[in-house]
Design a protein around this ligand. Structure first.
Ligand code: GLN
Length: 431
């Protein structure tokens, strides 16, 4: 369909979509009428929608290398320290904002145009935004999407997350690629001197800190959310409680739970400190170790939990979960120069030769040379050859350094969930 025909269909509610256009307002939807253009608030505060050319740069991003970047603020104001990482995804900023693995980090989007689709109810990956802030080149002057319920600026302001725009994201990215990830301080407070902010950035570090304890759930809970039909696929038609899975929440993304549920799993999510003995008492068919923020070598208690579970039940580790498994198998993790953050990373599955286009978000990796004998490297990142997946078939272990649940366009890696199901099924049959 040509673009004009699509435009016509959108305007006149032609029935080319299964979802009617415009969609019925959800009861939760407070801002639906503002779908296409929100006015500026009366005090002229940023709504995130209307560009105000007269707005002067009111924020500074001070990097530990001494560089100072002047920018315009949106979202929350204040002063915040964090590690700056760049993300090359073209879409999915809401999933990125709500990925708990970004705790302690400023996400700089290399896509220069952000905010055009606003935010919606369906794309939340967790209960909260845990990241330190958002750095973008250009904040969209309009917000238009049939699912949009709020502008990006309002969303960030409500969640107390700082954002800046009109900053040279390309220059900062080149610096990060050259020098590696840098700590920075973002501030809208004019009373603070450049030197003070620089000192703050130099006296803070993200290495060696347990960031998982700040994002994990407080108590176990059952995952009962229905995956909406329009987002569900490949569920193989199983009943939702065919496999009993315990998911360790190190900062879990909801889509991991949605995909497991689609494949027939009844899931109990448990906090990061949940004792292995309690997990084993529940006699699960499998255990999932989730993604999560920060340095994987700073959470030895989690590695101990993983060790106690290995060999007793099939396990699947994703990202932080993979790094914890790597350590439990005798391996070491190391900090990469600037990590992998994006929706377009090619990975080769060494078992079948297939190349997957994957979503990634990690700054650390497992050193395969440090792993004990018998551990198989199953996946390799084709950009830099780093370890992207492990297996130890004798103990029914599988893990991926990237995100099989993400939908950056392709769903190439979703098959990993089916593999986990097969691992649980074969163990069940053998018992
Ligand atoms: N997405 C994740 O689980 C990230 C893992 C870890 N925090 C890292 O940066 O490598």
């Amino acid at each position: 369909m040509g673009i004009y025909a699509m435009d016509f269909a959108l305007k006149f509610n032609h029935s080319i979509f299964s979802t009617p256009y415009p969609p019925k307002p959800s009861p939760k939807c407070r801002f639906l009428t503002a779908r296409c253009s929100l006015p500026l608030s009366s005090d002229g505060a940023a709504t995130g929608l209307a560009e105000r050319p007269w707005k002067v740069a009111d924020a500074r991003l001070v990097l530990e290398d001494g560089s100072i970047w002047r920018a315009k603020s949106f979202g929350a104001s204040g002063t915040q320290v964090g590690e700056v990482v760049f993300n090359t995804s073209l879409t999915g900023y809401q999933e990125i904002l709500t990925d708990p693995s970004y705790a302690g980090q400023f996400v700089l989007m290399t896509n220069p145009h952000i905010g055009n689709t606003g935010v919606n109810f369906d794309d939340e990956e967790s209960r909260q935004c845990f990241l330190a802030g958002l750095v973008i080149r250009s904040l969209s002057i309009t917000t238009s999407n049939w699912r949009c319920v709020e502008s990006l600026g309002d969303y960030l302001a409500e969640r107390n997350v700082m954002g800046i725009y009109d900053v040279d994201t390309r220059a900062i990215t080149r610096r990060l690629r050259q020098d590696g990830s840098l700590i920075g301080v973002l501030s809208t407070e004019q009373s603070r001197s450049d030197d003070e902010l620089l000192e703050m950035s130099r006296s803070w570090d993200i290495v060696g800190i347990d960031l998982i304890s700040g994002v994990t759930c407080n108590a176990p809970y059952e995952w009962v959310d229905e995956t909406k039909l329009e987002w569900d696929f490949n569920s193989d038609g199983r009943d939702r409680d065919t496999y009993r899975v315990i998911a360790y929440d190190f900062g879990i993304k909801h889509n991991i739970l949605r995909r497991l549920a689609s494949y027939g799993c009844k899931i109990t999510v448990v906090p990061s400190t949940w004792p292995a003995a309690e997990t084993l008492k529940l006699k699960p068919d499998g255990v999932l170790f989730s993604n999560g923020p920060g340095d994987p070598s700073a959470v030895p208690y989690a590695v101990e939990t993983v060790k106690e579970i290995l060999g007793k039940v099939p396990v699947f580790g994703i990202c932080m979960g993979h790094q914890l498994l790597g350590q439990a198998l005798g391996g070491k993790t190391f900090k990469m120069k600037f990590g992998h953050h994006g929706g377009n990373h090619p990975v080769r599955n060494l078992r079948n030769g297939h190349v997957e286009i994957s979503t990634q978000n990690h700054n650390y990796a497992v050193d395969p040379a440090s792993l004990r004998e018998g551990v198989e490297v199953t996946h390799v990142n084709l950009n830099d050859g780093s370890c992207a997946g492990l297996a130890y078939p004798a103990l029914s272990i599988m893990s991926l350094q990237y995100h099989p649940e993400a939908s950056p366009g392709p769903h190439d890696s979703d098959c990993a969930f089916r593999e986990f199901i097969e691992l649980m099924e074969s163990t069940k049959q053998a018992a």
